[in-house]
Design a protein around this ligand. Structure first.
Ligand code: BDR
Ligand code: CA
Length: 310
């Protein structure tokens, strides 16, 4: 079977960086390029970080296009407490060797999707601003997408407020547009990503494997401190890499078709993903919501693939 074409829209971000590496290391998919959005840090920093990661593994050839500077309607709110001032604190990565492509991310997406011989899967691991703008500005190519797999939301509790997960909370209006678009959508939320932790033992194994593995181990060193301090966990969730892993091997997650609505309302519930798991609200079950994960196989895929990058 030929590799499935994928665009990764992200805000690196430690777990976004791991998702980029997993994409590069996975023959099941062909990474067409990386688009960046303001999220974990400013657009300037997330774009530089995507390029720094690609540089590190010798992929300066891969297109990178920068997108939205800020959410559709809200002020931007970055996450230095989780990802540091650079957005990728921990490893000692040099400055990027290039800037992004001259095109805006959504225009780059449109031409790549329209020109692809096979339908493209869009994996989104940051706030959904670029994706919402893409759907609005380029409806035809957007309709031609194979599907959207996104990291975001939760059936249960959030991580930025008790109600909401960061990516949805950061730009709820964009999320609402994406969730109501009618495009085949898979939501990979905290319900599953919090169940697959990368531990110090995993990081040690990666560190011994080569440049890509060392980078992930250094990322883990910084990123796991936050999760230990907040949750008392002996490891860190690799949220975005789980969404990417699902695009590589769909059997890693169990999903259930549910209706999902996004709360764009007042602060207390801002960004909540209401999931009609049992059909009690009678909402059209338009989203594949991740409800279960084979954590061991997911982490093993991550470790073997990234180790093999050398
Ligand atoms: C999501 O928010 C960001 O901090 C991570 O990169 C991930 O995409 C987890 O809530
Ligand atoms: Ca992210």
């Amino acid at each position: 079977m030929s590799a499935a074409p994928v665009i990764l829209d992200c805000d690196p971000g430690h777990d976004d960086a791991i998702a980029i590496l997993l994409a590069l290391a996975s023959p099941e998919i062909e990474l067409l390029g990386v688009t960046t959005v303001c999220g974990n840090q400013t657009l300037e920093k997330t774009t530089a970080n995507a390029i720094r990661v690609l540089d590190h593994v010798g992929r300066a050839d891969l297109p990178v296009a920068a997108g939205a500077l800020r959410p559709l309607m809200r002020e931007s709110a970055v996450a230095p407490d989780v990802h540091g001032e650079s957005g990728l604190d921990g490893p000692d990565l040099p400055a990027p060797t290039r800037g992004p492509s001259g095109e805006h991310a959504i225009d780059w997406m449109a031409s790549v999707v329209a020109g692809s011989s096979a339908p493209v899967t869009l994996v989104a691991t940051g706030p959904l601003t670029n994706v919402a703008l893409f759907l609005a500005r380029h409806p035809e190519p957007a309709r031609a997408l194979e599907r959207i797999v996104l990291m975001g939301g939760a059936i249960g509790e959030g991580n930025v407020t008790p109600a909401a997960e960061f990516n949805i909370w950061a730009d709820p209006e964009a999320a609402r547009r994406v969730f109501s678009s009618g495009i085949d959508l898979t939501m990979v939320g905290l319900d599953v990503t919090h169940r697959a932790l990368m531990t110090a033992a995993h990081a040690k194994r990666l560190a011994a494997s080569g440049a890509a593995g060392r980078l992930v181990a250094d990322l883990h060193g910084f990123y796991s401190r936050f999760h230990r301090a907040r949750y008392g966990w002996d490891g860190a969730p690799v949220h975005d890499a789980v969404a990417l892993a699902h695009a590589v091997d769909a059997t890693l997650l169990e999903t259930k078709r549910c209706g999902v609505r996004i709360d764009t309302g007042p602060e207390l519930s801002r960004g909540r993903t209401y999931v009609d798991v049992w059909g009690s609200a009678g909402w059209r079950p338009s989203c594949h919501v991740a409800t279960g994960i084979d954590a061991e196989r997911t982490l093993e895929l991550l470790l073997t693939r990234i180790s093999a990058l050398g």
